[in-house]
Design a protein around this ligand. Structure first.
Ligand code: SF4
Length: 406
């Protein structure tokens, strides 16, 4: 598994695979070919189908500011290797001088065909959660200690501390913002209203859902508006983990120091999914994004509740299991409907999964590793209509409604 720094990425929304990955790849290609006078990009697969709504063309143009740039959308190309594929060409005096085929593999990471050196190296020896669990149990250390052992305590703690600062900032920015989210859906930002709305006789359950949802909405709306967020594990699912952690911090007066340790726990869980399956909605549907985010948050909450490794394993498992089959069908390709609300639902679910798990005393028959493999196989079986193409599900239904047609 790679460093947690490859999982948590700080950057602008709205999509880790459609904006962050293409932006990073385009900038790397531009730096390699700074003598070029023109660039051409051809987007394929999900990037071609939902790139407009996800602002892929906008971010690529911005990354190539000052250069002549041509961007084409090819929806007919068959993406055999990865659904988020694009070609980028550099020209000088009308002659092609360089070319990359890029795969935006989710979470802001990318791979270049034939150039393995661009793939971040694995720093963790263990890949499966059970291997990690056994290693930690044998050494009598927790998951935070494990991360420190591999990545260096000071190094990773400073990094996670920055991650936590940005996550909290995105919550606060989102809770204080008003107005309409860019795009033709003209969605009103709701986080502030949800946070401020208090029922006269608010029950504890209602308060919990209201607070968690407002935090998740805040981050999801920041992301949809192109604000700065942290991929956890992706932009589309960036609200789940901060919402759950912020709720725990406020409700139980948990220190930032402890929350930072919980971020390490969540990072290991996200990394397990990334290494053994996928965190890309274009590859495996929303179960890979929101399902993973929910597992990360549930594991982190379990850690904050003082639960042992078996319960952390089980919390992450429960959170993923009940997202199996969840499709990715963003309306008009925007990371707005169903994405923002889905973050809120998953944040609530993450806390519930950890609490439920704390009550399950017997050995659990399904492990987190097992459900991760299942998620991957299920994702591969999903029709492309349900993998970030906006060709099926809610996206299709909404656009078929005569009132919503273009
Ligand atoms: S539906 Fe899920 S996977 Fe698809 S863009 Fe939205 S958050 Fe990402």
């Amino acid at each position: 598994m790679q460093s947690l720094k490859e999982l948590y990425k700080i950057g602008n929304g709205p999509s880790s695979s459609h904006t962050m990955g293409p932006k990073r790849a385009t900038e790397a290609f531009k730096n390699k070919n700074s003598n070029a006078d023109k660039f051409k990009i051809i987007l394929y697969g999900s990037l071609a189908r939902t790139g407009k709504g996800h602002l892929t063309d906008f971010i690529i143009k911005k990354s190539l500011e000052g250069y002549k740039t041509e961007i084409l959308f090819d929806t007919n190309f068959k993406c055999d290797v990865h659904p988020n594929t694009f070609d980028i060409f550099a020209y000088k005096n009308g002659k092609e001088i360089d070319k990359w085929r890029v795969y935006s593999i989710g979470g802001g990471s990318f791979r270049i065909e034939g150039e393995p050196e661009f793939v971040a190296k694995d720093v963790y020896k263990q890949k499966k959660f059970m291997e990690i669990r056994k290693y930690c149990e044998k050494k009598n250390i927790d998951l935070y200690d494990y991360v420190c052992e591999v990545e260096g305590k000071e190094n990773i703690t400073n990094f996670l501390s920055e991650v936590w600062t940005i996550m909290q900032k995105s919550i606060n920015n989102g809770l204080n913002a008003k107005g309409v989210i860019p795009g033709k859906l003209k969605l009103k930002r709701k986080a502030k209203d949800v946070y401020e709305r208090k029922l006269n006789y608010e029950m504890e359950d209602t308060q919990k859902i209201r607070l968690l949802s407002s935090y998740a909405y805040a981050v999801g709306e920041e992301n949809a508006c192109g604000g700065v967020i942290v991929t956890a594990p992706t932009c589309g699912a960036c609200g789940v983990l901060p919402a759950a952690l912020y709720y725990m911090k406020q409700k139980y007066k948990i220190s930032d120091e402890k929350i930072i340790k919980a971020l390490a726990v969540a990072g290991v869980i996200g990394n397990v999914v990334k290494s053994n399956a996928s965190i890309s909605g274009a590859e495996c549907g929303c179960q890979a994004e929101i399902g993973t985010a929910c597992s990360m948050a549930a594991g982190a909450v379990a850690y904050l509740l003082g639960l042992d490794m078996e319960r952390i394993d089980n919390s992450a498992e429960v959170a993923m299991e009940h997202h199996l089959g969840l499709t990715c069908d963003p309306v008009y390709g925007y990371v707005q409907i169903p994405c923002i609300e889905r973050n809120a639902v998953a944040a609530v679910r993450a806390i519930d999964a950890a609490i439920l798990s704390s009550m399950l005393k017997e050995d659990c028959l399904v492990t987190f590793d097992m459900v991760v493999e299942t998620m991957y196989e299920t994702g591969k079986d999903l029709s492309t209509h349900y993998r970030e193409t906006s060709e099926g599900g809610l996206a299709k239904k909404y656009c078929n409604n005569k009132f919503n047609c273009d």
